[in-house]
Structures are given as structure tokens and as C-alpha cells.
Design a protein around this ligand. Structure first.
Ligand code: PHE
Length: 448
């Protein structure tokens, strides 16, 4: 099986695909609004702490499981342990991937609307996604988001159907660096806006008096969401790695680049939030209201805006492809479906649930479960509960339950790694990551 399985072509391909999965709306849309609702500076610090102290070891754990078994999350647990119950973590990952794909596609659909508007020569403004009349609120409560969600999922399906290597690897090799450069340029622009100081202080000056359990849960969920971990994405991607790929280095590089992009997004957004009198805690719409303001005051705003939303759309695609792959690999490898059928089934489910998520800003906005709209419920349940729980169980599994030689052999690969470093990672997997996640959960439940 492992012999004829597809593998990523080049070293750059490995990094571009894992970074492509990690970098997406999570960094540019979700990070600023989470940081905004959770008070800014302190959230950022706690977030970075979670990324490196918990996130990187969990990525390593997923890499170890994926490359040693060359299976999807469910199959990997089955192969590494005789106890069948472990594979339940696989079911949770698959469920999380579907929930995330559903609400994520709605936001990706918003970017398509903004892309379409900009390409038509109109930059949206806060008083109206122009040509549409009444601003983001008006747009998001109408029927167009449903249409865009379905269109986005259709794009996603086409690429997932083309398989692992051919499709997106090539495109992301070129386009992710372009996105990065564009973000850098916007960042410089924001830094030079008069009045940038307030925004930067909000983002970088920690005020720990604002930290409560919701900030901790938010930061942990954001770290897992942004790194695409806890549900088997990094696991399935590493199942396509060659033996030469250095796991720890790739994990650290992915986490660093991902964090860098989130911080850039923050530096772009927050000065503008304060200059244009927006509300940092505006929630999911924050970035979609603030960015158009930035484009408005830029010379050639339409061009910048078109380019930006195009690249953001592609960045979203490289992320949704990775979440689809979890489910598609499961359907193919465990249920014996053809790749085509698997991709279509995944798309059909996401289209159904995605429609509900899109409508939860409009006609279904009154439908609340645990006080949350469907969109927010999917996001909260997947990002803040399932992913950290999945990550905790994956690290416990790799730290305590699988053969230490497998762990060592994978971390070493064909290169070298010092004994001390190896021990540090195993220690993190055994104690630090599970305890850290456990403590955040206990705080969230009000137990500590
Ligand atoms: N990490 C992606 C982002 O930041 C989202 C994602 C989550 C992708 C889970 C795959 C799995 O946009």
C-alpha cells in the first residue's frame, strides 16, 4: 500500500502544503476577530505560548503517526494499537473536519463576493458592499452568501478530485509567497497610517487583567484551528511525506510561518480598526468591514483589493483541500469508496451544512443552540472543543502508547537529532501538552 501511495514531489512542496493548510482564513479572518473579542495583547501572548509549547509537539505527534502508518487518522490509530477504541478519536477528527469545512466555506464565500465586487471595479465600504446597498450586514443576511458557499465548495471539490500531487501543490508553491509579500506591503501601509499607535498597543500591549477562562479557551482553540491540528490534517499530509522530510524542523517552520502571518494580519487590521472607529470585538464580520476601509484610502484600491481577495480565496482553498482530505482519505481507505465518490460525498455533506451556516446570519439567525447560531456552534464545538481534545488524546497516544522506537525512528528520519531534543519532545507529548490542554478545559468548566 505504502509503495504506490502518492508522495509530495519536493521539499518545498512539503512545506508549501503544510503551510498552505495552516495559513488561511484562520490567520487573516479568525485571528484578528478572536484577538479583538478577547482583549488584544494578552490574548496574543497566550496564543503564541500555546502554539509553540503545545502546538508544535502535537504537530510532531501527528507527523509521527501519519508517516509511520501512511494512513488516514482512523486507520493510523487502528494500525498502531490493538485497542479499537483509540480509533474513536479518528471519528471525532472526521466530524470536526466536516463541521469546519461547512462554516469555513461560508467565509470563503464572502471572500468570493468581495473578489467579484473588486474585480468589477468597486471597493466595498462600510456603508455598503457597493452595488449591494447596505454593508456587510445586508450582504451577509441575504441569499448571496449561500450561493457563494456552494460555488466555493464546488471549486474545492474539483481540486480534491484531481488528487494530491497534481492539483494544488504547484499552485501553492508560487502563490503563498505572493500572498505573504502582499501582506507585508499592507502591513507597512498600516504602520504608516496616522493613529496606528492605538491599534498596535491594543495588539501588543498585554493587559492580563482581561484574562479569564474564555480567553484561554479562545487562544487554545485559535492555536489548534490555525495550525490545522487535532483532527488529522497534519497526519494525513505527513502520510504523503518521504522518509527524508525532517519532521521536527517542518513542524517548527510551519508553526513559525503560520504565526507570522497571523501577526501580520493583526498589524494590518488593528490600526485601521481604531482609525476608522470600528469595534475590535465586532466578531466574524470584523475583517470584512475593516479591510475595505483600508482599500478605500489606498491609491489603486480596486487593484489591491482584487489581488488580495483572490489570494485569500486561494489560501482558503489550500486549507479546505486539507480538511477535505481527512474525510476523503477515510472514505477511500476505510470504507472502500472510489476517490471520486468520496470527494462527492464529502462535498454534498458540506454543501448541506454549509447552507445552514450561511443562512445562520440571515433567516436562521434566530435559531440558537446553547445560545449560539449554527455557524458559531460549529466553529465553537470544532475549534474550541474537538480540536484541543483530539490534540490532547493524540499526544497522550504518541507519548504513552506507541512503541518508543517508532517515535524515535520517525523523529530522526534519515537525518540526525540529539538525544536531549528527542527526550524533550517525548516529555512534551507525555506531560506538557496533555496537562496544558487539560488545565484549559478545567478552567473553562469553572473547576479551577
Ligand atoms: N488552519 C486553517 C486556517 O488557518 C484552517 C484549518 C483548520 C485547516 C483545520 C484544516 C484543518 O485557515
Amino acid at each position: 500500500m505504502s509503495d504506490n501511495r502518492a508522495q509530495f514531489g519536493t521539499k518545498l512542496g512539503v512545506i508549501a502544503t503544510t503551510v498552505g493548510s495552516a495559513v488561511g482564513l484562520g490567520n487573516i479572518w479568525r485571528f484578528p476577530y478572536e484577538a479583538g473579542t478577547h482583549g488584544g495583547g494578552a490574548f496574543l501572548l497566550i496564543y503564541i505560548f500555546f502554539i509553540f509549547v503545545i502546538g508544535v509537539p502535537v504537530i510532531c505527534a501527528e507527523f509521527i503517526m501519519g508517516r509511520s502508518t501512511r494512513r488516514n487518522i482512523f486507520g493510523a490509530f487502528r494500525m498502531l494499537h490493538t485497542r479499537r477504541q483509540w480509533a474513536w478519536i479518528g471519528y471525532m477528527g472526521i466530524l470536526a473536519s466536516i463541521l469546519i469545512l461547512s462554516f469555513y466555506s461560508v467565509v470563503a464565500g464572502w471572500t468570493l463576493e468581495y473578489l467579484g465586487q473588486s474585480a468589477a471595479g468597486i471597493v466595498a465600504s462600510t456603508d455598503g458592499v457597493a452595488g449591494n446597498g447596505g454593508g456587510f450586514d445586508d450582504f451577509s443576511t441575504g441569499w448571496r452568501p449561500v450561493m457563494w458557499t456552494l460555488i466555493f465548495l464546488a471549486f474545492n471539490a474539483v481540486i480534491v478530485l484531481r488528487g494530491v500531487r497534481k492539483g494544488i501543490e504547484k499552485a501553492s508553491n508560487i502563490l503563498m509567497p505572493v500572498l505573504f509579500l502582499l501582506l507585508l506591503a499592507f502591513c507597512v501601509n498600516s504602520l504608516f497610517m496616522s493613529g496606528a499607535k492605538e491599534g498596535l498597543e491594543f495588539l501588543f500591549k498585554p493587559d492580563f487583567s482581561k484574562v479569564d477562562s474564555s480567553v484561554l479557551i479562545g487562544a487554545l482553540g485559535q492555536a489548534f484551528f490555525s495550525l490545522s491540528i487535532g483532527l488529522g490534517t497534519m497526519m494525513i499530509y505527513s502520510s504523503y511525506f518521504s522518509e527524508e522530510t525532517p519532521l521536527v524542523k517542518s513542524a517548527a517552520l510551519t508553526a513559525s510561518l503560520d504565526t507570522l502571518v497571523a501577526i501580520l494580519a493583526g498589524v494590518i487590521i488593528f490600526p485601521a480598526v481604531f482609525i476608522f472607529n470600528c469595534e475590535p470585538a465586532a466578531g466574524p464580520k470584523l475583517v470584512f468591514e475593516v479591510l475595505p476601509e483600508i482599500f478605500h484610502q489606498l491609491p489603486g484600491g480596486v487593484v489591491w483589493s482584487t489581488l488580495f481577495f483572490f489570494l485569500l480565496f486561494l489560501a482558503s482553498l489550500t486549507s479546505t483541500i486539507s480538511m477535505s482530505e481527512i474525510c476523503v482519505a477515510f472514505f477511500c481507505e476505510q470504507l472502500g469508496l472510489s476517490r471520486r465518490r468520496a470527494a462527492l460525498l464529502n462535498t454534498a455533506i458540506a454543501m448541506g451544512l454549509g447552507t445552514l451556516c450561511a443562512m445562520s446570519f440571515g433567516s436562521l439567525s434566530g435559531l440558537k443552540i446553547f445560545g449560539l447560531t449554527i455557524f458559531n456552534l460549529f466553529d465553537y464545538a470544532a475549534s474550541n472543543i474537538m480540536l484541543p481534545l483530539g490534540g490532547m488524546l493524540i499526544s497522550v497516544f504518541v507519548g504513552w502508547f506507541i512503541d518508543r522506537n517508532v517515535v524515535k525512528a520517525q523523529l530522526k528520519g534519515t537525518g540526525t537529532i540529539s538525544e536531549g531534543f528527542l527526550r524533550l519532545i517525548v516529555f512534551s507529548l507525555k506531560y506538557v501538552a496533555p496537562a496544558g490542554i487539560g488545565l484549559v478545559f478545567l478552567a473553562g468548566l469553572g473547576i479551577i
